[in-house]
Structures are given as structure tokens and as C-alpha cells.
Design a binder for this molecule. Structure first.
Ligand SMILES: *[C@@H]1O[C@H](CO)[C@@H](O)[C@H](O)[C@H]1NC(C)=O
Ligand SMILES: *[C@@H]1O[C@H](CO)[C@@H](O)[C@H](O)[C@H]1NC(C)=O
Ligand SMILES: *[C@@H]1O[C@H](CO)[C@@H](O)[C@H](O)[C@H]1NC(C)=O
Ligand SMILES: *[C@@H]1O[C@H](CO)[C@@H](O)[C@H](O)[C@H]1NC(C)=O
Ligand SMILES: *[C@@H]1O[C@H](CO)[C@@H](O)[C@H](O)[C@H]1NC(C)=O
Length: 285
């Protein structure tokens, strides 16, 4: 009995380790000349920024659809002027992209989560949020679900934005270009904090953000021009057809009502010729 329990415990713990993702296996550090570090046997990754450079990494795999989770702990204290990005992006000049950008702030002032979605090189779909927690104290989970019918952006499992496939109505949708997952930290004190009013205080450098538990377990890996999709039982992948249900819609509506501070779909001054098509086709929140 004890042996069985031990075996089970080992099985469970090894599954957890596999589930938790391993940066050594999953990503390549792509820039920063030593400012990005993989630690703790691949369980932790840190990115730093100093006056000379930021740093970044990208997933080894390319994916065409998936549910991507990353746990991030942002730069603490005075992070004004810094930006940490976590995004999905395809190659080329008419790329698709789904963005999280965390805009730093003075100590005690709130981070802004800036999001955007590009289809075939065209973005201009910014939505910004305050967070309902201090993102510098603990790790929080930032996720994208991307399947043929919609993109949903989540914070700690709460949907904050969706982009539906409205191709039938003439809105481009990301559906054929494989992406990689990227993350980076850089200086953006020309625009990030209060529109560029607050500059990075370099005496506080290096600025460090931490990452753990990257997961793309539910995803279609793109290899040599073909895609192969994971699924829990080998025959189906429910996430590929998943839609935000009524409860999710209500959660999203509540969170947007409370925490959204900018929505391109409401910026009539910016789009005097009329709001982008998807704005009138998506339920108002
Ligand atoms: C890592 O993520 C998985 C889901 O992707 C979750 O079940 C697990 O609890 C996470 N681990 C930690 C340490 O948060
Ligand atoms: C992560 O992968 C590397 C290389 O394969 C390995 O050396 C390391 O032990 C793995 N880490 C964990 C926590 O299993
Ligand atoms: C920083 O704090 C100020 C003052 O509270 C706020 O107006 C701003 O939205 C915050 N975030 C950024 C990124 O500027
Ligand atoms: C930058 O940070 C240092 C150390 O906390 C502080 O002494 C200095 O006043 C700050 N500079 C500005 C311009 O706020
Ligand atoms: C696989 O999962 C799907 C959806 O959860 C279910 O409908 C199907 O019966 C499962 N197949 C097997 C072989 O367990």
C-alpha cells in the first residue's frame, strides 16, 4: 500500500513538473546579451532591462491555434517607463498578432494592461485595462485562447476581451499564419507612462520581470507546413471549438465595466469615418 502511494505520488509529481512547462525546452532567449536568464532547472525565467538594453525570448514551437498560458510577475516598485510584453505573432509584413503589454508606473500607481489584435498587419484595436490586483507581488496567469471561431484574452481565468471570427462580414481573422509566443522587456518612456510624461528612473535599474509555468498543452504545433493538435484523449480537442459561454460573457462584461480604461470601439474621434466594422458587430459591453 505504502509502495503504491509512493508510486502514485511520484507519478503525480512528475506529471506536475511536465505540466508546469520547462523554459529550457520550450523557449529560446533571442536578445539581451545575458539579461535574460533561465533558472531553477527551467522552471523560472527572468528578463531584465537596464539603460543599455532590454531582453526577450520566443517559443521554439510555432503554433496554429492554441490556448497559451503564462504566469508573470511584473517589475516591482517604480517601473515607470518600462514595458513588459507577452504576445503571439506570425512572421512577415502582413502578420497576425495578439498582444499583452504591461505599462509600468511609479510606485503605488497602477500598471496599465494594454492589449491589441493585428490581422494581416493591421492593428489599431487597442483596449486598455487596470488590473484588480498588484501584478508585482505575485505571479498571475495571462492567457490567450485562439481557435477558428474566436480569440479570447484572459487574466487569471477571467475573460477580458474577445475577438470573434467575423470573416463572413468582411473582418479579417487570424487563421492561416502560424505564430510564436514572445516575451520581452524594454524601455518605452517616450509613450508608456502617462503618455510619456513619466520617464524611466535609471538609477533603479536593472528592472526585472519573472516568468513561470508557460503552457501550450492545448495547441496545434506547426511543423513543416502541417499542424498537429494536442487533445486530452487523443480524439478530440474541445478547446478548438470552445466559445465563451453565457457565464463567461457575463464575467467579461462585469470586468470590462469596472476596469477598462480605453476602448478603440468607443473612440469616435479617432475614427471620424466610422468605427471599425467589428465594433458594430460585437455585442456592446
Ligand atoms: C501551472 O499551470 C497549470 C495549468 O496550465 C496549473 O494547473 C498549475 O497549477 C500551474 N502551476 C503553478 C505553480 O501555478
Ligand atoms: C528541463 O529541461 C532540461 C533540459 O532538458 C533538464 O535538464 C531539466 O532538468 C528540466 N527541468 C525540470 C524541472 O524537469
Ligand atoms: C499611472 O498612474 C497614473 C496616476 O494614477 C494613471 O493616470 C495612469 O493610467 C497609470 N498608468 C500608466 C501606464 O500611465
Ligand atoms: C530616482 O530614484 C532614486 C533612488 O530611489 C531617487 O533618489 C531619485 O530621486 C529618483 N529620480 C527621480 C527623477 O525621481
Ligand atoms: C474524448 O473527449 C471528448 C470531449 O471531451 C468526448 O466527447 C469523447 O467521447 C472522448 N473520447 C474518448 C475516446 O474518450
Amino acid at each position: 500500500m505504502l509502495v503504491l502511494v509512493l508510486v502514485l505520488a511520484i507519478l503525480v509529481s512528475s506529471t506536475v513538473v511536465v505540466d508546469a512547462g520547462n523554459f529550457t525546452q520550450d523557449v529560446d532567449i533571442t536578445w539581451g546579451d545575458g539579461r535574460a536568464k533561465i533558472l531553477n532547472k527551467g522552471r523560472l525565467l527572468t528578463l531584465t532591462l537596464d539603460q543599455a538594453s532590454g531582453s526577450g525570448f520566443q517559443s521554439r514551437n510555432e503554433y496554429l491555434y492554441g490556448k497559451f498560458d503564462m504566469q508573470i510577475k511584473l517589475v516591482p516598485g517604480n517601473s515607470a517607463g518600462t514595458v513588459v510584453a507577452y504576445y503571439l505573432r506570425s512572421q512577415g509584413s502582413s502578420w497576425d498578432e495578439i498582444d499583452f503589454e504591461f505599462l509600468g508606473n511609479l510606485s503605488g500607481d497602477p500598471y496599465v494592461l494594454h492589449t491589441n489584435i493585428y490581422t494581416q498587419g493591421q492593428g489599431n484595436r487597442e483596449q486598455q485595462f487596470y488590473l484588480w490586483f498588484d501584478p508585482t507581488i505575485d505571479f498571475h496567469t495571462y492567457s490567450v485562447l485562439w481557435n477558428p471561431s474566436q480569440v479570447v484574452v484572459y487574466v487569471d481565468g477571467t475573460p477580458i476581451r474577445e475577438f470573434k471570427n467575423l470573416e463572413g462580414a468582411g473582418v479579417l481573422y487570424p487563421k492561416s499564419q502560424p505564430i510564436r509566443v514572445y516575451s520581452s522587456i524594454w524601455n518605452a518612456d517616450d509613450w508608456a507612462t502617462r503618455g510619456g510624461l513619466v520617464k524611466t528612473n535609471w538609477t533603479l535599474a536593472p528592472f526585472t520581470a519573472s516568468f513561470r509555468n508557460f503552457s501550450a498543452k492545448k495547441a496545434c504545433i506547426w511543423l513543416n507546413g502541417a499542424s498537429s493538435c494536442s487533445s486530452s484523449n487523443g480524439t478530440s480537442a474541445p478547446w478548438l471549438t470552445q466559445n465563451l459561454d453565457d457565464a463567461g460573457q457575463m464575467q467579461m462584461k462585469a470586468v470590462r465595466g469596472k476596469y477598462m480604461i480605453y476602448d478603440y470601439c468607443r473612440d469616435t474621434k479617432r475614427f471620424p469615418q466610422g468605427l471599425p466594422l467589428e465594433c458594430s458587430l460585437t455585442t456592446k459591453s
